[in-house]
Design a binder for this molecule. Structure first.
Ligand code: ADP
Length: 184
């Protein structure tokens, strides 16, 4: 039973590592980015709304994201723990998550932050070519990250949950570090 949040700038390899760690720990991998992309493909009202934001690199409004996550966390498969990837991304989301988890009396166990030098991040993002990875959207995502998401490291450091992992190197090298650092 383990509840983990993954943090890191766009292109840090968060998604790749989050999938591997979730599988390794046997908990569901909850990616808000993936949820929004899937909802957009199915053309649900939340999906179409979210698409207006993610296609230009802006953050989806907090109340929308928080609602989606809150609902997902009450699914039965989350009762044995989970790994959150891409949420929270703002201080308001982090506080909302704390409130939800306080109410359930299920606090987070760890927050893992992947760090990668900025030149490497930009190269990786432009190389992968996802539909929302245009040069302009990528620049906007970095700006949003610096302004809205980076302050979460401090927030979680103060709570004593933060561990920082160097995200440079091959996926296997990084995964070994992730496993060693989280100590599972
Ligand atoms: P990345 O590859 O940059 O980590 P994600 O796949 O996590 O991106 O998310 C893609 C897009 O979905 C983001 O750029 C953002 O518009 C939206 N999104 C995902 N999670 C959140 C969140 N917690 N708050 C606001 N917007 C989000």
């Amino acid at each position: 039973m383990v509840r983990i949040v993954f943090l890191g700038p766009p292109g840090a390899g968060k998604g790749t590592q989050a999938v591997r760690l979730a599988e390794y720990l046997g908990v569901p991998h909850l990616s808000t980015g993936e949820m929004f992309r899937m909802a957009a493909e199915r053309k649900t009202s939340i999906g179409l709304l979210a698409q207006e934001y993610f296609s230009t690199g802006r953050l989806v409004p907090d109340e929308v994201v928080i609602g989606v996550v809150q609902e997902r966390l009450s699914d039965p498969d989350c009762s044995g723990g989970y790994l959150l990837d891409g949420f929270p991304r703002t201080l308001a989301q982090a506080k909302a998550l704390d409130a939800i988890l306080d109410q359930k009396e299920t606090p987070l166990d760890r927050v893992i932050e992947l760090t990668v030098a900025e030149e490497i991040l930009i190269q990786r993002m432009l190389a992968r070519g996802r539909a929302d990875d245009t040069r302009q959207a990528v620049a906007k995502r970095f700006e949003e990250y610096a302004m809205q998401t980076k302050p979460l490291s401090e927030y979680y450091l103060e709570r004593g949950w933060l561990v920082t992992v160097n995200g440079e190197g091959t996926p296997d090298e990084v995964f070994d570090r992730v496993k060693r650092t989280v100590g599972f």
